[in-house]
Design a protein around this ligand. Structure first.
Ligand code: BGC
Length: 759
């Protein structure tokens, strides 16, 4: 064994001068294999490996690459994405391994972001479950289905911290908190990659968009980001880093600039930070056509941009073909080195090796699995259960919810029977005909016990042109605005209770879906107002991919259940919660503002030198607004239940946290209501005085507990100096001895406080 290892090391030493020292035998074997293969490759074939075109069945960007077979025969691509259907995918793989010179298998990518055909809630919703096991489970099932359909690489998770609800892509991430964002990033990767990507249902994960994309100025997509290192290190970078620590196999750079340079070609970001500081050793791919887009950023035309992207540490070029078509010339001109090309090529080949594609290029081409493992009854059960965990009960006056299955229930609104809009954005692989609409699910749930009446009630927008843009690839049949409202009122008149299913349609959030107005669109608001005017009790079932401004709704609607976009099983999941089979337990991971003018708005902000003394009254020369409070409508961590949880007094084990010691904070939580249910007990810390100004609170831990009615449980959190650390003005990860505030509660606003001294 030892001799074999020695031989491998010697061989590697001779053929690959720049390799890092191999970690173990397996890695050594991989490096040897790849080195041998690369020795036989021409420069053009190596550049081919760096090329990742879009197949074009599914469209996720502005440029298409067209037919791939000829390029594959010539070994001009390293992989492809955006092709749906195992037969098509495997035919392309066949061409690669049977008709190309070196028979190198292809990576097959896709945006499997919240499920493949069994679609789970959108990621923002998933994060509101605060349930890492549920997220891991959803990623596992996504990997099982994607791998059964020819896909070995998912462009997920998206872990961009976002604090600005105008940005449509807030829907794709985990909200505003770096601690939660890091936990969830790891959960996704464990789910996708499984143990080591060796099994046939384990796939390569790609964390994106590196980095800071969620801080796009004005919430406008693809826009500029300009941020201090302190904010990066303390607030925006932790989830990407957590992904690297969890062993993510690939990273996608972002569209935005970082320190003035597009992330695609930012050497500090891609090499100094990601590879050297964090130790990332996997594959680095650009975002869609972003090398070409560097010319619009005012950096350089394609050829020079390709040089800069390669030099910064990029391995694979998504869509632009800049690497394939220009690097040969740049090499001749001495602008790049062969070693730089070799390094990128090696990383692409290593990703394939790690997936086991060289051993079995048809690993993901089992058509039997495609039939057996896609959209299975068991996956759907899990998706339905997980969806119920993501709904957030924003208001429930006089316990209107849960509804009883009796009498006449009017289901009204453009999302009530919108089959193609249940899954939310990034669900191109779903098959809407396979799942129920909300209307169908509610009818099934009540059987003969109650009657569900239905009316569409309104279009998404009054304006047809506006609606066309908003619905994107999921059009809804439009009706006459006036007639829809009349029908809705006639239906409401016959009902005992009204359930209004409205808000955003699926494509109003996600990529390229920024908004400046965050109210429910006027057509639907007018409908809602008319329904409230009937005097009948109204439940608002809110469909949305982002926080909305809900001031009017909060004042006038007794019950608001935010169901986001719950995936293919949305209908049944909503029925479960609406009729009380499941008690809602979601907690917001993103702050709901009172006004767009407050954005960006987030709970873990810094104090000003002039804090707001009373958030309700304008105070001249304080940090507040003349016309709006500083407070959100619904704070981070907020979410109600059908039952009540009462918190006992917060107790600390000591008022001093000794160096290298620990301290505990305990609280007893009692379910005093009429339903069993989950509560998420949250722990926040504040550093009172520090080297730099620190947030007024930061989530440091939480516990999601299940309490039967009448049951109590004591929750104990342990605090160590690790919980106090942050990056100081020298970017050292340390803590400052001194006073800290500890806060425990049911959300970030309603907390009890105590103080302790850290030595
Ligand atoms: C998006 C990425 C996505 C890629 C491939 C881009 O437009 O920004 O999130 O993975 O397209 O579809």
């Amino acid at each position: 064994m030892k001799i074999k290892q020695l031989i491998i090391y010697v061989l590697i030493g001779s053929c690959l001068s720049s390799c890092a020292v191999p970690k173990n035998n397996e890695e050594a074997e991989m490096q040897l294999f790849v080195a041998d293969l690369m020795n036989r490759m021409t420069l053009h074939e190596k550049l081919g490996q760096l090329n990742l075109p879009s197949g074009g069945d599914l469209v996720t960007g502005t440029v298409k690459n067209g037919e791939l077979s000829e390029m594959i025969r010539k070994q001009e691509i390293g992989g492809f994405f955006n092709v749906k259907g195992i037969k098509k995918i495997c035919e392309l793989q066949r061409i690669a391994v049977e008709e190309s010179r070196l028979k190198i298998p292809l990576l097959v990518g896709a945006d499997v972001v919240h499920g493949y055909e069994t679609i789970f809630p959108i990621p923002l919703a998933l994060s509101c479950s605060w349930d890492t096991l549920a997220i891991e489970r959803m990623a596992r099932i996504s990997a099982v289905e994607a791998s059964a359909n020819g896909i070995c690489w998912t462009f997920s998770p998206m872990v961009d911290i976002c604090r600005d609800a105008r940005w449509g892509r807030i829907a794709e991430g985990n909200g505003e908190d770096p601690y939660l964002g890091s936990l969830f990033a790891k959960a996704y990767i464990r789910g996708y990659q499984g143990e080591n990507m060796k099994k046939e249902d384990e796939i390569l994960s790609c964390v994106k968009h590196f980095a800071l994309y969620g801080a796009s100025e004005s919430g406008r997509d693809y826009n500029t980001v300009d941020m201090s290192r302190l904010r990066m290190y303390n607030e925006y970078l932790p989830p990407y880093r957590a992904a690297v620590e969890a062993g993510v196999g690939s990273v996608m750079s972002s569209f935005n600039i970082v320190d003035g340079i597009p992330a695609t070609a930012n050497k500090w970001l891609l090499t100094t930070l990601l590879r050297n500081e964090w130790g990332f050793r996997g594959l680095l791919v650009t975002d869609y056509n972003s090398i070409a887009e560097m010319s619009y950023h005012g950096i350089a035309p394609l050829k020079e941009s390709a040089v800069r992207a390669l030099q910064a540490g990029t391995d694979m070029d998504m869509v632009s073909c800049g690497f394939l078509n220009t690097l040969e010339g740049s090499l001749e001109e001495g602008k790049v080195t062969e070693e730089q090309i070799n390094t990128a090529c090696r990383r692409v080949l290593e990703a394939k090796y790690k997936l086991g594609l060289f051993e079995n290029p048809y690993k993901y081409c089992d058509t039997l699995r495609a039939q057996q493992d896609t959209y299975t009854a068991q996956h759907r059960v899990e998706a339905r259960k997980i969806a119920t965990e993501t709904f957030v009960l924003l208001k429930n006056e006089k316990k209107l919810l849960p509804l009883r299955r009796k009498g006449k229930i009017a289901l009204i609104g453009p999302m009530a029977d919108a089959r193609n809009n249940m899954c939310g954005m990034w669900s191109m692989t779903c098959t809407p005909s396979g799942h129920r609409t909300l209307l169908e699910s509610l009818r099934l749930a009540v059987g003969n016990e109650a009657e569900i009446l239905y009316a569409k009630g309104s279009n998404i927008y009054y304006d047809a042109a506006l609606e066309k843009g908003a619905v994107g690839i999921r059009p809804l049949v439009r009706g006459d605005n006036g007639r829809l409202l009349d029908e809705a009122l006639q239906t409401a008149a016959r009902a005992d209770v009204i359930v209004a299913a409205l808000g955003e349609c699926a494509e109003m959030s996600g990529e390229s879906a920024s908004r400046t107005k965050l109210e429910i669109p006027e057509a639907q608001q007018d409908l809602l107002k008319a329904l409230v005017k009937t005097g009948k009790p109204v439940v608002l079932l809110l469909f949305t991919g982002r926080p909305l401004v809900l001031n009017w709704e909060d004042t006038h609607i007794p019950s608001i259940l935010n169901v986001w976009f719950g995936g293919s099983e949305t209908g049944d999941a909503v029925a479960d919660v609406l009729f009380g089979k499941v008690n809602p337990s979601g907690k917001l991971t993103t702050t709901f503002p009172r006004s767009v003018g407050q954005l960006p708005l987030f709970y873990n902000h810094l104090n000003t030198g002039r804090p707001d003394p009373d958030s309700c009254i304008f105070d001249r020369y304080s940090g507040n607004y003349i016309d709006e409070s500083n407070e959100p409508l619904y704070p981070f961590g907020y979410g109600l239940s059908y039952t009540n949880f009462v918190y006992g007094k917060l107790r600390l084990s000591s008022n001093i946290l000794f160096k290298s010691g620990e301290l505990t904070a305990s609280v007893t939580v009692t379910n005093t209501g009429d339903y069993d249910g989950y509560e998420t007990v949250q722990l926040y810390l504040r550093d009172i005085y520090a080297d730099i100004s620190r947030p007024i609170k930061e989530l440091k831990n939480y516990r999601r507990i299940f309490l039967q009615k009448g049951e109590s449980q004591e929750i104990t959190f342990t605090i160590t100096e690790n919980d106090l650390k942050y990056y100081n003005s020298e970017l050292q990860y340390v803590y400052d001895p001194g006073e800290f505030e500890i806060m425990v509660g049911t959300n970030s606003r309603d907390v009890q406080q105590e103080r302790f001294i850290a030595e």
